[in-house]
Design a protein around this ligand. Structure first.
Ligand code: P6P
Length: 339
């Protein structure tokens, strides 16, 4: 009999990356090493996140620095962890973080050719009520020659990302990653051995699903198009699988991951209160847009593809609609005024 397919069980993140199964645009040692550094950072941050609840509960400060100051906020700790891990090797020239006003040079080695954008711990205000939070990351190639990097190197449309993904600290810790080629893959963390194991190979978002995710508390501020779309979802019509079910955690990584896995739509549109939307383009919208498109989904502002936006500033906000292609199309038809 032919040899049995080697088991897919037990493939670690490192193995999957080293074997080039992420479908690199150009499998180079430095890119492989950079992705494994991100995997290491995920392990370190999950250890802090899992302990933080206890730390707060018991009131002990965990790490205190020499001045005996209270342990930094968890998202600052997560930020420091990512900075130190990404700065340890020479592949990452600079990073942009939700926690840093400006970019941070991590290597002046001329061979450092990658830039990393990240939100180190999105939704960290939820840690006190034990709601899932997450880390969001994206990797760009640095085009300018020379040492270090400038802010302009980061202001590239999201379609130029060479990798993106997120870590969800939920009932288990899961890392989801894609290079835009070769699919979107999920790895679940086993803390007993300290490894991420392949658990969701080639994630594809359903074509549509009757689930929607938006903060209805903002409805007084919505534009008329969003209000009409929202009302349409709630009408009863079996032929178009309505009414939709409402799901909203208020933690982007949790809401986006559920939408990727189950289908439907997540929306944080612009409104009278948040005129540019609330979510950040570089390290929230772009990485998720990159992942959703690689999984067969769509990501738009309502009128423009997220990945085509050329940023003008590091922390700019953008309206964000993510989801199944059919459901995003319906949202856009309301935004265009066709319905
Ligand atoms: P709202 C969390 O604070 C966050 O940045 C995202 O994780 C989340 O999607 C959004 O804000 C929730 O915002 O206005 O609905 O509370």
């Amino acid at each position: 009999p032919p040899p049995a397919e080697p088991s897919r069980v037990g493939i670690t993140l490192e193995t999957f990356i080293l074997e080039g199964q992420l479908g690199f645009p150009a499998a180079t040692g430095t890119f492989t090493s950079l992705l494994n550094q991100i995997g290491l950072a995920a392990k370190l941050v999950t250890a802090k996140v899992r302990r933080a609840g206890l730390a707060r509960l018991l009131g002990y400060t965990g790490q205190t620095n020499v001045q005996g100051e209270l342990v930094q906020k968890l998202d600052e700790e997560a930020n420091e962890t990512l900075l130190s891990v990404l700065g340890r090797r020479r592949h990452c020239a600079a990073v942009a973080s939700e926690e840093l006003d400006s970019i941070r040079i991590t290597s002046t080695d001329r061979r450092a050719k990658y830039l990393v954008v990240f939100d180190p711990l999105d939704g960290s205000s939820n840690i006190d009520v034990n709601i899932s939070i997450g880390t969001i990351f994206g990797v760009l190639r640095k085009h300018a020659d020379g040492e270090g990097a400038t802010e302009a190197d980061f202001l590239r449309p999201g379609r130029e990302l060479v990798a993106a993904g997120y870590i969800l600290y939920g009932s288990s810790t899961m890392l989801v990653i894609t290079t835009g080629h070769g699919g979107v893959h999920g790895f679940t963390y086993d803390p007993t051995v300290g490894e991420f194991f392949l658990s969701h190979e080639n994630i594809r978002i359903p074509e549509r699903a009757s689930l929607y995710s938006i903060n209805e508390g903002n409805s007084a501020y919505w534009g008329d198009d969003v209000r009409r779309w929202n009302a349409w979802l709630k009408e009863e019509d079996k032929a178009t699988n309505r009414p939709y079910g409402a799901r909203y955690v208020g933690s982007l990584v949790a809401d986006a991951h559920r939408t990727l896995m189950k289908g439907g739509i997540f929306a944080y549109p612009a409104d009278r209160k948040s005129k540019q939307g609330k979510l950040r383009l570089l390290y929230e919208a772009n990485p998720f847009a990159f992942v959703f498109e690689a999984a067969g989904g769509k990501a738009t502002t309502g009128t423009q593809r997220i990945l085509d936006i050329t940023p003008t500033e590091l922390h700019q906000r953008v309206p964000l609609v993510l989801g199944s292609p059919r459901d995003v199309d319906i949202f856009e038809s309301f935004a265009r005024g066709d319905r």
